[in-house]
Design a protein around this ligand. Structure first.
Ligand SMILES: Cc1cc2nc3c(=O)[nH]c(=O)nc-3n(C[C@H](O)[C@H](O)[C@H](O)COP(=O)(O)O)c2cc1C
Length: 386
């Protein structure tokens, strides 16, 4: 970084700043992927396997980046992906991100394991948002959770299906975030001590630091480790497509199945009654060695694109990436780490600024591709890189 780099613009800029501000174990919790992180790298680099086409001499005086995402018009085909524990990365992180999304005119998705409960998010924005569900063994608890989400104004449910068990993220073990015992705790304290801005913003002023959506059902609401043990015991690995019928009986809003890569699974999701699928490998945090979402998108689009809405996440780092996903068949994309880096670095303002850059990148690229609307972006405007 040079003295000229004063204003963060790109995801990489915000990542650098987030790294400086956060305790190491939290930065690596966000930044890391499963095992050797091969898929993590592929999620980003596979976008470069595609080239957009430059089309000229067309009237592009009325470029419009708007898209209809799960039934509601958004300013661009982008939503904020669910990210657990966002309130650990900046003070009341979910609220800041939801406000930023609302200012940018796009959907925010609240995670089951967020720090801020859905009611707090609803009170802060007064706007509908999306809710993400992990299936818990206690179905009554799931039903109550969905009732709360509905009551808070969530009308879209993203049901995550790629986490029957948590993936092996080696960075989390290495830096003491998981299973570190007393050495891990001491290491965490040292990392916190060298992150004073974060310690004041989140440690002192960011409470309560517990999983707000689950706080009434966990024995010790203020001990994150107790929470984690509860959640690990509650995540239900027995779930199959048959459970979607039950989910449908307790959720009347839109249902997106998040975490599908294969065409057959996408077909099963649609057959089970989903309104859409999110092509995703969970930001490469689960199965390392699996394909990137972007490389699987066209296959899923060919299989179910006529029957359902398709979204993509994983590795989207710019407006250009968004348009590549649209050209390959996505109605829209979700971004995870990009918004978290921006929020950890600069809070709500950081997320708003990053989303503004995305929107301008999309609008500019659309004009240079010779289109005025996203509907005009078809497979004819994208080609494999040589
Ligand atoms: C720190 C972190 C926490 C996440 N927590 C959740 C979660 O609680 N629920 C979920 O469905 N996905 C979760 N994800 C996955 C994201 O929703 C999304 O699929 C992924 O981040 C997209 O990849 P990207 O980070 O490259 O944009 C998480 C991702 C990260 C980075």
């Amino acid at each position: 970084m040079s003295i000229y780099d004063v204003i963060p613009v790109s995801v990489a800029d915000y990542r650098r700043r987030a790294r400086r501000r956060l305790p190491g174990f939290l930065f690596h919790y966000i930044d890391g992927g499963a095992n050797d992180e091969d898929t993590l790298a592929a999620n980003v680099s596979d976008f470069r396997r595609y080239r957009l086409q430059q089309r000229v001499m067309r009237n592009v005086d009325s470029v419009d980046t708007a898209a209809t995402l799960a039934g509601r018009v958004a300013r661009m085909p982008v939503a904020l992906a669910p990210v657990g524990m966002a309130g650990m990365f900046a003070r009341r992180g979910e609220v800041q991100a939801a406000r930023a999304a609302s200012r940018a005119g796009i959907p925010f998705t609240a995670s089951t394991v967020g720090i801020c409960p859905v009611e707090e998010i609803a009170a802060a924005t007064g706007e509908p948002f999306w809710f993400q569900l992990y299936m818990l063994r206690d179905r009554d608890l799931v039903r109550q959770l969905l009732e709360r989400a509905r009551g808070a104004g969530c009308d879209v449910l993203a049901f995550t299906v790629d986490l029957p068990v948590p993936g092996m993220r080696l960075r989390d073990y290495r830096n003491g975030m998981l299973g570190g015992g007393i050495p891990g705790k001491l290491s965490q304290l040292a990392q916190i001590a060298s992150s004073p801005l974060w310690a004041v913003d989140v440690g002192l002023r960011g409470g309560p630091l517990n999983f707000g959506n689950l706080r009434d059902v966990v024995p010790d609401p203020d001990d994150l480790n107790v929470y984690k043990a509860f959640i690990d015991a509650q995540f239900d690995p027995t779930v199959t497509w048959e459970d979607i019928a039950w989910l449908r009986s307790v959720w009347q809003g839109k249902l997106l199945i998040k975490g599908v890569l294969e065409a057959d699974d996408a077909r099963a999701a649609v057959d089970a009654g989903a309104d859409g699928v999110i092509v995703s490998n969970h930001g490469a945090r689960q199965l390392d060695g699996v394909a990137s979402g972007i490389s699987k998108l066209a296959g899923v689009a060919a299989a179910v694109g006529q029957r359902t809405e398709i979204y993509l996440d994983g590795g989207v780092r710019s407006g250009i990436d968004v348009l590549k996903a649209v050209a390959l068949g996505a109605r829209g994309v979700l971004i995870g780490r990009p918004w978290v880096y921006a929020m950890a670095a600069r809070g709500e303002t950081g997320v708003v600024n990053l989303l503004d850059v995305f929107q301008r990148e999309i609008a500019t690229a659309m004009a240079l591709m010779g289109v005025n609307t996203l509907d005009e972006i078809t497979g004819e405007l994208i080609e494999p890189a040589p």
